[in-house]
Design a protein around this ligand. Structure first.
Ligand SMILES: Nc1ncnc2c1ncn2[C@@H]1O[C@H](COP(=O)(O)OP(=O)(O)OP(=O)(O)O)[C@@H](O)[C@H]1O
Length: 331
């Protein structure tokens, strides 16, 4: 990587005797989306605050460069290169969306005329023209996030930190936000995205780092991370204990769950492997009551790496308008 947008070595941060970041290395190429993934309290916001100069890293940290500038030596240059949105939003609810934008333009020392031009263009781009004259406190969650990003773009940053940009949004707003993020990157911006949602990282990120216990537990593309863990499996469930026992002895390499009367067989989910399983069941004269094919996803990676499930959200983006499906229990 010749010129990473963000490069951090041995990033450390403790509060009192609590170590939040225990020496993490990050390298984010320009014009890519990097996702820092971790559950509540993992330290994602702390990383964003450090990289955006809001909080100092511990002195024992190594070199940190953002936008080519040394964070410790030239924080001012770092601030000029970046935009930050998220949990510590800059939106002022008491004034209108347009006034928020103009205030931002003032902060960036744009002339009145240029400020109005940029504000109008961004309000249009983020579908906020109709709401522009209304107080931001009346905006929906999705509109506030869009206004927040629009305000960040007033300064034309090359690197944008998005701290959990879709937490609490409904599926439609979440998809809009994903589209906005993709467009930012198409325009050459580097996005540093924190999220608790595996699906979001899978959907957007070129590279994903899993933060766990103050360290990066794994890093790679979604595909690389999925390859880190054992392959998929077929799960068979029975209601008749005798059928369950016959199937267990007829099949090879089964993992038994005697309580649930369920069998798990390693499988790549291919037609050939499925047929082999079904042929063996047929030969044994047993029929499963339920058959499910499970291919590994980022959830499995997260589980394998951290031993805990990530929280799911009320409406999963892949199944808009449907209740959340329970995660498969057998692993
Ligand atoms: N100023 C502070 N003083 C003391 N502890 C802090 C401070 N800021 C953060 N922490 C602690 O550091 C840990 C990481 O917090 P952080 O906000 O970075 O997590 P996070 O991964 O962003 O979680 P969330 O998804 O809840 O925002 C938490 O245990 C938090 O309590």
């Amino acid at each position: 990587m010749t010129n990473p947008a963000i490069a951090a070595n041995g990033l450390r941060k403790s509060y009192g005797d609590k170590t939040v970041l225990d020496g993490i290395d990050l390298a984010v190429p320009e014009g890519t989306i990097f996702s820092l993934l971790g559950p509540n309290g993992a330290g994602k916001t702390t990383v964003v605050k450090i990289l955006s100069t809001l909080v100092s890293p511990d002195p024992a940290s190594g070199e940190i460069r953002v936008g080519g500038h040394d964070l410790a030596a030239d924080p001012q240059a770092v601030r000029a290169a970046i935009g930050v949105t998220g949990q510590f939003s800059a939106v002022d609810g008491l004034i209108t969306g347009e006034e928020n934008m103009l205030l931002m333009a003032d902060l960036h020392h744009l002339s009145k005329r240029e400020g109005r031009r940029v504000a109008a263009e961004l309000l249009e781009r983020f579908d906020l023209v109709e709401a522009a004259k209304k107080p931001a406190s009346t905006y929906s969650g999705g509109m506030k996030r869009r206004l927040d990003i629009a305000m960040t773009l007033v300064g034309d940053p090359r690197i944008i930190f998005l701290d959990e940009p879709t937490t609490g949004l409904d599926p439609r707003s979440r998809h809009t936000m994903w589209q906005i993020i993709r467009e930012l990157v198409t325009g050459g911006v580097t996005v540093f995205l924190t999220t608790q949602y595996l699906e979001e990282a899978d959907e957007l990120a070129d590279r994903i780092a899993v933060l766990h216990d103050g360290r990066i537990a794994a890093e790679g593309s979604a595909e690389e991370l999925k390859r880190l863990i054992p392959g998929g499996h077929v799960r068979l469930r029975f209601t008749d204990p005798a059928a369950y026992r016959s199937a267990a002895s007829a099949l090879r390499e089964v993992t038994r769950d005697d309580e649930a009367l369920a069998l798990q067989i390693p499988s790549d989910g291919s037609q050939r492997e499925l047929r082999a399983v079904l042929d063996r069941l047929d030969s044994a004269g047993v029929e499963a009551d339920e058959l499910t094919v499970h291919t590994p996803d980022l959830d499995d990676v997260f589980f394998a790496l951290t031993g805990s499930n990530v929280p799911t959200q009320p409406n999963q983006p892949t199944q808009p308008n449907q209740p959340n499906q329970p995660k498969e229990a057998v692993r």
